[in-house]
Design a protein. Structure first.
Length: 439
């Protein structure tokens, strides 16, 4: 096994392999796709677990690309399983009783899904969330994790944009129709424009939080924010745009508060904030006078729609009716086939997912387990606020809480990565505060 070091050469080599994978998927070379994926698996096996944890998150934005061809099962699950085996071997096959109880309880509950394939995939990603929660291995490498997932989110977005231009966008069938023409909403390599927006905004929130703590350089943080912001804009996602504004405004307010004793920094931050406000007002004025611009026209259509929730109220009503259909849903979730059948037609798309994390949690786990999960999150956030911690470190979890009104997640590959990042953003602050490293 290769010994761990302080250099990041292994991570940058993985970034190179991911770019190569993007090219081979675009061109369509199945053998090369498998070859690169196998090479990555060998690297994960060869390097120590201290580097593996960073690698897992670095690779995550390319999740859908680790396959023979686009649309087939991701080989990422193999990387995750290798990591889990190495983790348990390193920890002498032990796991904290509380974590073991959570995994066992939810494993029993999800038996009601009656779909082994879905349950196994869910379990692998859920296990990653559970073992990394408040784990020292994860906490100690959190800045590296966020730095490199930021880089790979950018490169995966570029690959996704090339695929969009080439007419090879994966999965997405989300379009906007207008008199100015039609446009396919950008979805990166996530495959869905709204989920991509949620992913990118969460990453931005975590990156800026670590910039605030001087764990990531301002240059890296601001470049990551600027590039991902552009890609978020072309998703035409109302939710993502509003949350992006919320995160960026919150960052500048937190930066001003942090540097209240440094006049020069405060003035600089205030100037930037004023310039942003001027830019927003100028943007509004420009939009008002250029409504014939195709992109502007698309956004006007999105934000002036008579149904800003895009049919989700009908979807929610449909799933609430499903919940009322059986008394057992109080204790356990419904079968996966029931959850995904009898969808609601919204526009030209049949919606077969809850599109609401709160409703979906009840559907998949049952009312009582869902209340326990919600209670855990409320307690964690409430305790964090009560102890007068830096509120900006709540930004990633707030993105998930707010976007959860219009997005589901438990059976989407992105969700547990985002939860892990959101929880650790708070826990990392608390950990650094406890040992006196917070400035």
């Amino acid at each position: 096994m290769i010994r761990s070091g302080n250099n990041e050469k292994a991570y940058y080599f993985l970034h190179f392999l991911l770019l190569m994978l993007g090219v081979t998927q675009i061109v369509g070379v199945p053998i090369a796709n498998i070859g690169i994926s196998v090479c990555i698996a060998i690297i994960i096996c060869a390097y120590p677990i201290q580097l593996n944890i960073v690698m897992l998150f670095l690779l995550a934005p390319y999740f859908n690309m680790f396959s023979v061809e686009l649309g087939t099962t991701s080989l990422y699950y193999i990387f995750a399983l290798v990591y889990l085996l190495k983790y348990f071997k390193t920890n002498k096959w032990a796991l904290k009783k509380s974590k073991l109880f959570v995994v066992f309880a939810l494993l029993c509950i999800t038996m009601s899904w009656l779909n082994t394939a879905v349950q196994v995939k869910w379990l692998v990603l859920f296990m990653l969330l559970v073992i990394n929660y408040k784990d020292n291995l994860f906490l100690q490498r959190f800045p590296l994790i966020i730095k490199h997932i930021g880089i790979s989110t950018i490169t995966s977005s570029i690959i996704g944009y090339i695929m969009l231009v080439e007419g090879k966008s994966i999965y997405t069938q989300s379009y906007i129709y207008s008199s100015q023409g039609n446009v396919t909403r950008f979805a990166g390599l996530v495959g869905d424009s709204v989920f991509y927006g949620q992913f990118a905004v969460t990453v931005i929130g975590a990156v800026l939080a670590l910039v605030l703590m001087n764990k990531i350089s301002e240059r890296t943080g601001y470049i990551t924010t600027a590039v991902l912001s552009y890609f978020i804009v072309i998703t035409f996602s109302k939710t993502a745009i509003v949350l992006l504004a919320f995160v960026i405004l919150g960052y500048f307010l937190a930066l001003i508060h942090k540097n209240m004793h440094k006049r020069k920094t405060v003035y600089r931050s205030l100037i930037v904030l004023v310039l942003l406000i001027i830019a927003v007002l100028g943007g509004v004025s420009y939009i008002a006078s250029h409504l014939n611009n195709p992109m502007i026209n698309m956004y006007v259509i999105r934000f002036t729609s008579g149904d800003l929730w895009t049919g989700r109220s009908s979807v929610t009503d449909n799933y609430i009716q499903k919940l009322y259909s059986s008394f057992t849903h109080i204790f356990v979730g419904m079968p996966y086939s029931e959850y995904t059948q009898n969808g609601v037609l919204v526009g030209q798309t049949t919606i077969t997912r809850a599109h609401n994390i709160y409703v979906e949690t009840i559907c998949l786990f049952g009312l009582i387990p869902a209340v326990v999960m919600f209670g855990f999150c409320i307690k964690k956030v409430g305790s964090y606020i009560k102890n007068q911690n830096n509120l900006f470190f709540l930004a990633p979890i707030m993105v998930l809480i707010l976007s959860g009104v219009s997005l589901h997640g438990h059976i989407e590959w992105t969700y547990y990565f985002l939860l892990a990042i959101s929880f650790c953003t708070m826990d990392y602050w608390l950990n650094e505060k406890m040992i006196g490293r917070v400035l």
